[in-house]
Design a protein around this ligand. Structure first.
Ligand SMILES: Cc1cc2nc3c(=O)[nH]c(=O)nc-3n(C[C@H](O)[C@H](O)[C@H](O)COP(=O)(O)O)c2cc1C
Length: 324
């Protein structure tokens, strides 16, 4: 049974996963995130990549074994995560794990700054190993409990669209091929007029392609992947009532679905039109009958990425919606 261990912190949270058979705590990372919803989202991305069957969250009890405010917070977090991930999430006494983690790191000669950055990841490893040691002595506890979601699917979508923002600063972490495929598949599921699917998505990922696009526009930012959204108008539908081609609309829906899928997978993106579309066509030697519409820089948001002031400014429904 693969298990994920979590040491919940105020600013940094350690996440660790075991081997497939659940004997050893292995790779551990630190997620730097204050915001609870964004933290859960980042952990969900790890869950989707690692596919654990159970999650164990460290429970910070007082030294006399009683529960205080921090323990209550952990309980709420664990139950929220269990609902979001639909994976059984258990709590495990974490007393002493941070002290031990600090000791391990200073014995290993880590400087104070580096120690602080790693301590939660190591604490997650200690919590997970302690749980696995117990679990392997209690094989009857290995059957995973089925978790039913409490019917809040629409809320999740609402959260997703509300929390998405244009990310313009990316972490150095590469985008896993599996996630990139999911983003592309979400685009391929988009509705298009008469289902003609005129979109053509070019994945700019090689160092040469990235260098080229960064040379063309500053709005490629430092993203490790840029999706170039193009379309073939002659393959799209044309509205006979006004002769308007639908290709650009089709490509916009494809782009939106990819942008939202990226968010769901813990990635960030920005819809970009600030570039010379004809220049891009020449630069990448695209077929003459295709038009370039947008770029979607894609990657993990940098630790200090944040929404721009524009994100918080939306017209009211009174201004933008009319009931006729
Ligand atoms: C069609 C379109 C073109 C855009 N072009 C750019 C662009 O070239 N550069 C950029 O930084 N942001 C661009 N944006 C992002 C918008 O500025 C951003 O969505 C808007 O300010 C709202 O902020 P939010 O996405 O963080 O909520 C574009 C968005 C759309 C929909």
């Amino acid at each position: 049974m693969k298990v994920m261990g979590i040491d919940l912190g105020k600013a940094r949270t350690g996440v660790c996963v075991s081997d497939l058979s659940g004997f050893l705590a292995g790779r551990s990372i630190t997620v730097t995130e204050h915001n609870r919803a964004r933290l859960i989202e980042a952990i969900l991305a790890e869950i989707r990549a690692e596919k654990p069957e159970r999650i164990v969250v460290g429970l910070p009890l007082n030294m006399n074994g009683t529960e205080g405010f921090k323990a209550q917070e952990c309980r709420e977090f664990a139950s929220q995560l269990e609902q979001s991930a639909c994976i059984e999430t258990v709590l495990w006494d974490e007393r002493g794990s941070s002290v031990t983690a600090n000791r391990i790191l200073s014995d290993a000669g880590k400087k104070r700054g580096k120690q602080r950055a790693r301590v939660d990841a190591v604490a997650a490893q200690i919590i997970l190993q302690s749980y696995l040691d117990w679990l392997n002595l209690h094989p009857e506890a290995k059957t995973p409990k089925k978790i039913e979601r409490k019917g809040e699917e629409t809320m999740n979508f609402q959260e997703l669209v509300k929390e998405r923002y244009s990310v313009r600063k990316f972490a150095e972490r590469p985008v896993e091929e599996e996630k990139l495929q999911k983003v592309l598949e979400a685009g391929a599921c988009a509705p298009t007029a008469k289902n003609m699917q005129p979109q053509r998505i070019y994945v700019l990922k090689s160092p040469e392609a990235i260098e080229k696009i960064r040379g063309l526009t500053r709005c490629a930012f430092n993203a490790p992947v840029v999706l170039l959204v193009a379309g073939a108008p002659k393959e799209g539908w044309v509205n006979p009532f006004n002769d308007r081609p639908s290709t650009e609309m089709d490509c916009s829906i494809v782009t939106t679905q990819m942008m939202l899928a990226a968010k769901e997978l813990g990635l960030g993106s920005t819809w970009v039109c600030w570039f010379d579309t004809e220049g891009a066509k020449k630069l990448f030697d695209l077929p003459e009958d295709q038009e370039v519409y947008a770029l979607l820089p894609l990657g993990y948001p940098a630790d200090d990425a944040h929404p721009s002031s524009m994100h918080g400014s939306r017209k009211s429904l009174e201004e933008t919606v009319k009931y006729l």
